[in-house]
Design a protein around this ligand. Structure first.
Ligand code: MN
Length: 234
């Protein structure tokens, strides 16, 4: 049955795909917390292999960032400590429940450079008051992401440099191989909590060196083989 909407339906969030006329329709954005040991320590955590934790950002927080172009990124209201977190984004084209680790990568369509922008002051407040994280993690435009690189072209990415610089100064510089929980493990564990579906994205965590930006700052975020995105905070 075709629905008749009472008003025009909201736009379907999507990501461009390198080398394709098609785009990747986005369903949900899952994010893993504290997935690099040094970042876990800088956030006051203990980077042991305690079970990982996850949260979501709304799919319509995506800001598409074409390669080779500086994108204006709006500084959000209601924060004075707005942080960058460089992350590799994993895009699923196949879902499931209780996905086995050995076959988890079969569910991956491709990879992209992303930033999990965070109202850190609101997150600290939420932690201390035992409140949820949406206000900290799901601000409008808080998920800048570059185009997707299909795994069919770049393979499955498990190592390589991940860097973020602000105004040319390197702030984050680590290797994807430093993840505490690998991409297959993340997919396996997430799929015990949720039925994953085609269109889901996973932000795979950020390394150490997170920090604040202010208006006028230019962030350059790069992952080896996935290129780099550039954002000017406005
Ligand atoms: Mn993050």
């Amino acid at each position: 049955m075709t629905q008749i909407y009472a008003f025009p339906a909201p736009a379907q969030p999507f990501l461009p795909i390198i080398g394709s006329e098609s785009v990747f329709p986005v369903r949900r954005i899952f994010c893993i917390g504290r997935n690099y040991a040094a970042h876990s320590r800088e956030m006051g955590g203990d980077p042991t292999r305690e079970p990982p934790f996850f949260f979501q950002k709304a799919a319509d927080t995506i800001q598409i960032c074409p390669l080779g172009q500086i994108v204006d990124h709006p500084y959000p209201p209601m924060t004075s400590n707005y942080h960058f977190e460089a992350e590799m984004v994993v895009a699923l084209h196949q879902g499931g429940r209780d996905i086995k680790e050995a076959t988890a990568l079969d569910h991956v369509f491709g990879y992209a450079v992303g930033v999990d922008m965070t109202r850190r002051d609101r997150q600290d407040e939420a932690k201390s008051l035992k409140r949820p994280w949406e206000i900290a993690k799901s601000a409008d435009f808080s998920a800048p992401i570059g185009p997707l690189h299909p795994a069919s072209q770049v393979g499955h990415i498990q190592k390589g440099a991940i860097t973020l610089s602000v105004n040319g100064n390197v702030k984050q510089n680590a290797n994807l191989s430093d993840m505490i929980w690998s991409v297959p493990e993340q997919i396996t564990i997430l799929s015990t909590y949720f039925e994953l579906k085609a269109g889901d994205l996973i932000f795979s965590g950020t390394p150490e060196g997170v920090g604040a930006v202010t208006r006028g700052d230019v962030m350059n975020v790069a992952i080896a083989t996935l290129g780099n995105i550039e954002l000017r905070v406005v």
